[in-house]
Write a protein that binds this ligand. Structure first.
Ligand code: ADP
Ligand code: ZN
Ligand code: ZN
Length: 735
């Protein structure tokens, strides 16, 4: 019957212009009638010249009062279809982040599928050969075969059930296939395939872990969000694995989110070791083909566990049983371009959709999460101690102002002594210095001239190894000048401290020590990060030093000393979350010490030993630092007491940005609730970046029923503006 009727589809077009975020009706040609489904990606002719563009089918119908419709051209991919849940989720993302529906849909599919041609995506197949005739027949047949190559192939097939086609002579294969002696079988091969050699020991949970485990599983058929607040080394990962094992036994699947993948390889490997080929991984460092294959594993139900970064939260699983978000405080869970979604919000939505638990784990949860837990919106689960009574490291604060008097500018006398001690004991050391490069800024000692990036409103950083001055935002660089462009003096000096300079200092002080640096410069090549971690773990080095990427999730049993070279760099960032972040970063890096039970110590160097955060760190009091920061936020009307919206008004023309920023302000002022607070426009943050001037307006509100409508119409006013664009960020991480 279907064949006789006309079939139509509504297609949401993949087109950049926001005003086109709507569907168009197309006719379905006969040969595609049995193939098209809602949620499928198709190619359709569009606009003048009928150029082909992609779109998603949002509806199928059998009548249309529109005449003269165009037909869809083809289906982009038969397997990759957004299911009903993901289509609904798209609406939620559109509504909460104020993006277009099409950009929400695009975000949910792996990025390789956004490109126009997907030929390179086609999955690899291996061809096998098998006998088509009984073995007895072959044994006599083989005697008459003249070709040596054919004989060889047949003999292999008498020994083995099937063989790989590519291992044998193509002409021999062809002849035998044509004669009907053998047949060919194609098998899908995934680009990443893990053997099932699971070699990890499964621990029996401790009493504390067991309680957490039981509490989570109590709600296995309920939408409930847990905040698992467990100190570093308290055995959170082990609990995740036990929970997942149970969920899988019941035939359901799990999503595990981790921050940046390079920093999370240890946890990924733990999952591989425990669950083998039942794990798929989804993250942006995979090749397009790998991504496509991993996605197919999930779609086809070949795996029960998906481990990945932010966008893995969209894994198309229909029988989801649990979602786990590790290091929930990580900023990587918020996407910082459109759509500006937060994976934790998506996880909550899916937890409600599937009626399943969501576990947010961290040693240093965000204060917003912690506040929710204390209010009972989340269920708080605490693990205040490390597994097996291993103690947390002791913390020593060093006043660098005192050290400077003794000419110890970079490494204090105390830290030096401790490093020597640990080197002697053949234990390992981690040093954090949260700034790469050699010095922070280079300036002229005669006139004070500083070198700035011509594209961004920021000073350049000196990199000694390449003798360049570099912008860490846009990548601009110049050779370090010998003469000041302003006064022609040759007195060009670097001030401050970066990882390269620390390296020099370490070489000078610890001649026998084997050093390895980890920062954005030494890890730019694919695989270099993993190599550093592996070799440090194998004790090929004594001291690992670098930027904050060394602070996360790494488990090195032999590390017994952690040093923070300059804690002030983290404390002095002008943002209402800096106290929270500094405490988190410094606790995380401290947590790298003594994980296997060696008596361990953390040395923190600072010019502000009386700073409240530093004091709380010394006492190890997450709670007190939380309470202190919350009292400030209450007074200053910051989250979680107020919600924030960040609006950026951007243009390459300064005047245009400035004028429109004032217009936006006035518009909001007359359209929002009077209780909402509108700040700005300011040039906060980095005002000029990559040649774009950026003004900012911040809205603080508690309840505002006019907000979304106002923001949407404001957004629409700028869709077709020639020189200005506007970005809206609901609940921004940085303002
Ligand atoms: P976290 O994720 O909280 O930092 P992990 O789960 O990585 O902690 O555990 C820290 C260390 O303790 C790991 O080396 C892990 O193998 C070990 N561990 C965890 N749970 C147990 C247990 N129940 N018995 C013995 N060792 C455990
Ligand atoms: Zn000068
Ligand atoms: Zn720049």
């Amino acid at each position: 019957m279907k064949g006789a009727m006309n079939m139509y589809v509504e297609v949401l077009i993949e087109y950049k212009v926001k005003s086109l975020d709507r569907t168009f009706t197309y006719l379905v040609p006969d040969h595609l009638k049995d193939i098209v489904k809602i949620g499928m990606k198709v190619k359709v002719p569009f606009g003048q010249g009928d150029s082909l563009i992609n779109g998603f089918i949002t509806n199928i119908k059998y009548d249309s009062n529109l005449g003269n419709l165009k037909s869809i051209f083809d289906v982009t991919d038969r397997e990759l279809v957004l299911n009903e849940e993901l289509l609904k989720l798209g609406d939620y993302i559109k509504d909460t982040t104020l993006c277009t529906l099409i950009s929400a849909y695009q975000t949910m599919l792996p990025s390789s599928l956004k490109i126009k041609t997907i030929t390179s995506n086609y999955q690899k197949q291996d061809s096998y050969l098998k006998l088509k005739m009984p073995k007895e027949f072959i044994k006599t047949y083989i005697e008459d075969v003249r070709g040596e190559r054919q004989k060889e192939l047949l003999e292999s097939l008498l020994r083995e059930e099937k063989v790989l086609k590519k291992d044998y002579s193509p002409s021999a294969v062809k002849t035998l296939l044509e004669k009907g002696i053998i047949e060919e079988e194609r098998v899908n091969v995934y680009r990443i395939s893990k053997e099932d050699n699971k070699d990890s020991i499964e621990f029996n949970l401790t009493k504390e872990q067991e309680e957490v485990y039981n509490r989570i599983l109590e709600s296995k058929n309920k939408s409930e969000t847990f905040l698992l607040h467990g100190v570093t080394g308290s055995g959170k990962t082990e609990i995740y694995m036990h929970v997942i094992k149970k969920i899988i036994e019941e035939g359901k699947c799990a999503i595990v989110l981790v921050p940046e993948i390079t920093l999370s390889m240890q946890i990924v490997n733990n999952f591989y070791k425990r669950f083998g080929s039942d794990v798929a991984i989804l993250h942006s460092a995979l090749s397009q083909g790998e991504k496509y294959d991993e996605y197919l594993k999930v779609l086809r139900g070949d795996v029960h566990i998906i481990v990945g970064t932010r966008s893995a939260i969209f894994a198309p699983i229909t029988n989801l049983g649990v979602i786990i978000i590790d290091e929930e405080h990580s900023e990587s869970y918020k996407q910082d371009n459109t759509p500006r979604y937060n994976a934790i919000d998506i996880a909550k939505w899916r937890s409600e959709y599937h009626n399943i638990p969501l576990v947010l784990g961290s040693a240093t949860p965000t204060y917003e999460s912690y506040a929710r837990a204390l209010k009972g919106v989340y269920t708080l689960l605490s693990l205040p101690k490390r597994v097996n009574d291993i103690s947390l490291p002791s913390i020593k604060i060093i006043d660098m102002a005192e050290e400077a008097k003794k000419r110890n500018m970079i490494i204090s006398g105390y830290l030096k002594e401790k490093i020597h001690e640990r080197l002697e004991k053949k234990e390992q050391i981690i040093l954090l210095l949260n700034r790469r490069g050699f010095g922070t800024l280079v300036n002229c000692a005669t006139c004070g001239y500083t070198f700035k990036c011509p594209n961004c409103d920021i000073t350049l950083t000196y990199h000694k190894s390449s003798n360049t001055l570099r912008c860490h935002y846009c990548g601009f660089y110049i050779k370090k000048p010998d003469i000041c462009p302003e006064c022609k003096s040759t007195e060009i000096k670097d001030a401050g401290l970066g990882t390269e300079k620390l390296e020099e200092e370490l070489k000078k002080n610890f001649k026998e020590a084997r050093l390895i640096r980890m920062d954005a410069d030494t890890t730019s090549r694919k695989g270099s990060h993993e190599k550093i971690i592996k070799e440090f773990k194998e004790e090929k080095y004594d001291i690992l030093f670098g930027t904050q990427m060394i602070s996360k999730g790494l488990d090195f049993p032999k590390v017994s000393l952690v040093g923070v070279i300059n804690a002030d760099m983290t404390l002095n960032i002008p943002d209402f979350r800096s106290g929270e972040r500094a405490f988190a970063l410094l606790s995380q890096v401290s947590g790298r010490a003594g994980r296997s039970g060696l008596s361990s110590e953390v040395v923190i160097q600072t010019f502000n030993p009386d700073n409240f955060t530093i004091k709380m760190l010394e006492m190890g009091s997450f709670l007190k630092n939380y309470q202190y920061e919350m009292s400030i936020r209450k007074k200053l009307k910051y989250p979680p007491y107020y919600y924030l919206v960040g609006i950026k008004i951007c243009s390459s023309i300064y005047e245009d940005a400035s004028i429109e920023a004032t217009k936006v302000y006035n518009y909001l002022k007359s359209n929002l609730n009077p209780q909402s607070i509108i700040l700005g426009p300011t040039t906060a943050g980095i005002f000029k970046m990559k040649n774009i001037y950026r003004f900012q307006i911040v809205i603080k509100y508690r309840y505002d029923d006019n907000l979304k409508t106002a923001l949407k119409s404001m957004d629409e006013m700028y869709i077709n503006h020639k020189t200005v664009y506007v970005e809206v960020d609901m609940n921004p991480y940085y303002i």
